[in-house]
Design a protein around this ligand. Sequence first.
Ligand SMILES: [Zn+2]
Length: 101
Amino acid sequence: MKITQIDNEPDTNKALLDRAKHCAERTDTCFSCGSKDIVISIEENRFQYGADPDGVELVASVPVHWCQSCGEGSCNWIAEEIMNEAVCHHLGRLTPTQIKE
Ligand SMILES: [Zn+2]
């Protein structure tokens, strides 16, 4: 298995890659074509938290599993966990002042 990473926040990416590799045995098969030729890359995932007009866009670096056979990309539960953490950080950062802004 080959693992790539983006350049920013190397410490964060390393922690993510460790987590991704930790469960790689369960996630290294393409759900679409069954190939085991999977490359994991850390990518910025932007997602909306909350409904408009109060929704905010959060960014989380998550491991994405790319199938080299069919090109299918997928996130697993680690990505969901990381996105949940991003939401928690976001909520933890909010102060009454920031909410008004
Ligand atoms: Zn595939």
